[in-house]
Every structure is written in structure tokens, then in C-alpha cells.
Design a protein around this ligand. Sequence first.
Ligand SMILES: [Zn+2]
Length: 430
Amino acid sequence: MSPESDLFFIKGGRVIDPACKFDATADILLARGKIQAIGRLDPPAGCPVLDADGLVVAPGLVDMHVHLREPGFEFKETIASGTRTAAAGGVTSVAAMANTQPVMDDPSVVGYVLEKARAAGYANVFPIGALTRGLQGKTLTEMGLLQMAGCVAFSDDGHAVMDSGVMRKALDYSRAFDALLIQHAEDMGLTAQGCMNEGVVASRLGLPGIPTESEEIIVDRDIRLVGLTGGRYHVAHISSRGAVQAVARARQQGLPVSCEATPHHLALTDVAVGDYDTDAKMSPPLRGEADRLALREGLAQGIIGVIASDHAPHDLDSKRVPFCQAANGVVGLETLLPITLELVRDGVLTLMGALATLTCNPSRLLGINRGTLAVEAPADLVLFDNTEAWSVDASRLHGMARNTCFHGRRVVGRVKYTILAGRIVHRDGD
Ligand SMILES: [Zn+2]
């Protein structure tokens, strides 16, 4: 973007903005980091022009479930490396989970993360505050103070809030701040020592399993508590048919319940564990085919409104150990878009519907002014080639970690440019 005019022109792309239900060939003029105009336009004299012919131009992606690992685990990922990999994936806004060290349960930690993110300049970071002090599940955090410091939601992700009384209080208390509570739904008593989905694959491998009831029991319980309190409730990384059905029933009753699915739960099953591949180990675990199909159906029906990566980088030492001892989680920021586009190819979602799950839907849940190309909105955009095929190569990811479960997968759809506040922060090949 030219410093003197502060203008930038994107010419002739297929502009898709699900928030405005817009899908047409158009030009976009950016000015002072915002969307200035959209339609059939002429570039102002001297304005830099980016030719988007043949590309899809969409709002920058909003990933509402990301682990940036800083502070505390900078050997896995830093805010700079995590947001750099976000930019490479077309993601301009990430919601950062609270399980850092120290935990994001205090405004000082929130301020630190925001400052680091600003300095790096690759993506907007929206911190998610801890729901309970130290993620211990006992004492609620000061949601109001954390919200004032910049938190957009609250979650103990990594841990479920097991105590029903604490969850009830959290849902009740959150209403004063219209805060979204994000639950990692997992009954720890049922999970016990389990390290993959309970089923025939686990039996064959001789690994202890985790039943889907572990998730379903917590979602069922929480929905009852939402009925009691009216708090806004969101299920993170939903993985089971029963939990999707529970969310569907809650929504029919008009309860403020929502959920997200991850690309890996939509694309893979527990068969991907293969020969004890620790890059296929995550929480919740990859489930069976019936569950995977139920997630796809839930997306098609709009019960699941958000696709989020649950980007969880790990160092090699955390993964190169026996399966049950390996850390949970996979990286996902750079595969979020192409794996989501598989759902379009398979007829589960339209292209606009798929982009909605990655842009306006998460933005609305978090209450952030992102995920749209409306005039005056921040000029955060992704330009991608919807037809280009490529192979995921773990060694070529832009973050510090290599733990992808999609290594070697042939995908279609490649990010060409990512623009943040009117400035190019990623260009294909960089
Ligand atoms: Zn997570």
C-alpha cells in the first residue's frame, strides 16, 4: 500500500461476502485500512492495483479457536510465529485460548498478548479469557475486567468445567457481560486414561478408548444449565453425533447454544491413527465414520455454524513418545481453508456457506467487527485460487510446529494474498 495515498485497489476478483450475501465480480478500494468502496470502480490515479482476476476475494478468515502458546511455551509457538502462520492460511483474526503460562486469567496477561500481537503485525488477536482461575474449575475469573482488557469470550479449553455448580454460576454471571462461554466438553471420569476414540480401531491397537458419551454427557448437562440461566454457550470442537443432536434440540428450543467443528474431525476418522501416529492424537479424539458424517450433516443444516482449526502446535519432543503419552493437538491454521473447501466439493456446503463458517459466523458469536467486506469495515481480506491443487507438506508450514494430521494430503484452494488493515501480510511463495 502506498504510504502517500494510503489507498489500495483490488481489481476484478470474484468477491464473496457472506455477511452481505454478496457474490459477484467486483473491484474493491481500500483506504486508511478500511473498505472504502466495492463494485465496478476505476482506480484513483497513482493508486497501487492488485489484479485479482481468477481469484476469490473474501473477508479475511476468523479462526475462533487457536492456541498461540505464548506466554509460557515459546518453544512450541510464539505469538509472532503463530500469527505468521495464520497469515499464510488467509486468517486475519484469531481468538487465542487461555491455557498459556501464566494462564490468561488476569488483565496483565491479556495486555501482554495484545501488545505482542500488535508488534508482530500479522493478524488481529482476540484473547479468550480463562473461565476459572488457573483453569482449575473452581473460582470464576473477573469476566468484566478481562472483557475490558480485550477478552472476547471465556473458556478453560483443554479442560472441561466439571463442577455443575461452577458452570451454572459462570453461565449466570456471564449474562451481566453478554459474554460467550466456550466449553471443552469432556467428562474426565469417562475419559480416564483413554487416548483415542473408543471403538474397533482402539481395540485393534490395544489402546484405551474415550467414548463419545464423555462429550455428550457434558453437552447435555450444560444445555440444561443454559435453560436454567440463559447464558450464551458454545461447544468447542464438537465431535460426536449425540452432541450435535443435543445442540440441534437446544436451538429448536431457542436456547443461545452454538458449536464449532474442526477440519480434522470433518475430514478424518480414528482410522487415521494408523500405526500409532501421534500427529493424529487430539482432544476430543478423531471419531468413527458415523460421527464424522453427523458433523457434516450438522453443518449442512446450520446446527454447526463455525469451522475452527483448534490450531495446537507442539514441539517434536511432545509428540515423539508412545501414543498415550503424546501431547494432544494438531496445527491447522494453514489447512483450515483448503480442508473446508473439500466440503464444498462434496456438496455439504455452498462456497458462500463455507466462507460464512470462517468469517461472519464466528465474528458474530465473538461480537467482533470482522468477517465482512461491508463499507467502513476493517480492510482484512483473503485472496485465494479456488482451483489450484497442492500437497500439504509439514516441512513447509510457516509456524514453528510440524504436527499436522494432513501431511501429504492433496488439497485444492490456495491462499495467494492475505491483507490486514489494507496491508499485504502474506503473498504466496513467501
Ligand atoms: Zn483447543
